[in-house]
Design a protein around this ligand. Structure first.
Ligand SMILES: [Zn+2]
Length: 412
């Protein structure tokens, strides 16, 4: 079977999709359910229908485009990604997986292939957390990781509830119907730009993802006591910022002590009150991001950070409160998918490497309900979430070929 993507059409579609933007080109800003996002969704429905796919949109706006198989009762095979974009992003994050997935299906249709299992293209709602503060909204609900009750509590920055925003977008279905059964999909593959520099550095065109790291987020509040920076002498101080500084160093130590090659921990936020040069900080708030591909190691770092917070609080006589804001479990790719992908690369004579995804994707959640894997293609200098994000036509073409070949294997 010869799989020949129509690369020019795909590049034109990527360009058209990028034009639905609230920022001037080359930047792309497309926040979920904004007028530009709704216009982009209408454009997508048009080109998905033109490929003779059956469309369905669920209550949270996830779109399913189905190429019906000869045996439609079998669990389907699926691919897909997202089309929302963070402010001042580029045109390839997510969109390569959606439009590349569409082109993979069209290339299979043109080749004369007829799938036994149906093949679905999914466009997930709000992979980016920009509007509702939570990433992977659509895939979280599909997998049951976010319940309808908790989804109803979500509000955007203007105080609109998710339900109000969905109604405004013309979606008034029941959120209870979004969750998919664990038997719904035989397998799921997401094609995505790497968003890191490894493939480009090694000169390898395809990465097969074996595990997806997941973040846990801690917020630490430290209450000390303030005072005049000249009047309170050093032995009498309970400086909240100094405790925060020690905790930030303990965060670094926790990751270095765990170091597995994949363990990382970052203190990305430190706010100090009252924030005056001649006042002793009375309060500090830290936000800490901890990631690993292994849940045990990730949670081990969290425990080490908690223990350090307590010890530093006691030593400095400060109150330290720790809130776990979020802790998604990391995911392992399914051998069913990684083997289909490596067999495809070998058949196509495309060099590949196994690698880990350090950013999280909709695949993290779909992996809870279906055998899942990802294909990474290089992006220039590893840059993403910036207007100069770039993936070359040749790399996109190879990614689509590998995807199409693996979908065909899984669907036959
Ligand atoms: Zn993405």
């Amino acid at each position: 079977m010869k799989i020949t993507p129509d690369l020019n059409r795909l590049l034109n579609e990527l360009e058209t999709l990028a034009s639905f933007s609230d920022a001037p080109a080359p930047a792309v800003t497309r926040v979920v359910f904004s007028p530009q996002d709704l216009a982009a969704r209408a454009y997508l429905r048009e080109i998905l229908s033109a490929a003779a796919l059956e469309l369905r949109t669920d209550a949270v706006g996830n779109t399913f485009a189905r190429w019906a198989g000869a045996d439609p009762n079998l669990p389907a095979v699926a691919t897909g990604s997202h089309t929302d974009a963070v402010p001042h992003a580029g045109r390839y994050d997510g969109t390569v997986g959606v439009l590349g997935g569409l082109e993979a299906i069209r290339a299979l249709q043109r080749s004369g292939f007829r799938p036994r299992r149906s093949i679905d293209l999914l466009v997930f709602t709000s992979e980016e957390p920009t509007r509702f503060g939570i990433g992977c909204l659509g895939s979280r609900m599909l997998s049951g990781a976010l319940s309808p009750e908790n989804a109803r509590l979500l509000k955007d920055g203007d105080g609109n509830s998710l339900k109000e925003v969905l109604q405004e977008a013309g979606l008034d279905g029941t959120l209870e119907n979004v969750r998919l059964a664990n038997t719904f999909y035989h397998g799921f593959i997401e094609l995505h730009i790497e968003q890191g520099p490894l493939l480009e550095r090694k000169g390898i065109p395809v990465g097969i993802v074996t595990a997806i790291a997941a973040p846990a987020t801690l917020r630490v509040r430290i209450e000390g006591s303030g005072g005049h920076a000249g009047a309170v002498l050093m032995p009498d101080r309970r400086d909240a910022f100094l405790a925060a500084a020690e905790i930030a160093l303990a965060v670094e130590s926790a990751a270095k002590a765990t170091w597995s090659g994949d363990s990382v921990a970052t203190t990305g936020v430190c706010s100090v009150f009252p924030g005056a040069v001649n006042s002793i900080p009375s309060r500090a708030v830290l936000e800490i991001d901890v990631r690993d591909t292994d849940l045990g190691r990730r949670d081990g770092m969290l425990s080490a950070i908690r223990a350090a917070c307590e010890a530093i609080g006691v030593k400095r006589q400060l109150r330290v409160e720790i809130d776990l804001i979020n802790a998604d479990a990391p995911a392992q790719a399914s051998p069913l998918i990684t083997e289909a992908l490596s067999a495809s690369c070998q058949a196509l004579r495309i060099e590949f490497m196994f690698m880990v995804s350090r950013a999280y994707h909709d695949s993290l959640f779909i992996s809870r309900i279906a055998p899942t894997g990802m294909i990474f293609i290089p992006c220039r200098n590893g840059i993403s979430h910036r207007p100069d994000e770039y993936a070359s036509p040749e790399d996109i073409n190879r990614g689509v070929q590998v995807l199409a070949s693996a979908l065909a294997q899984l669907a036959q």
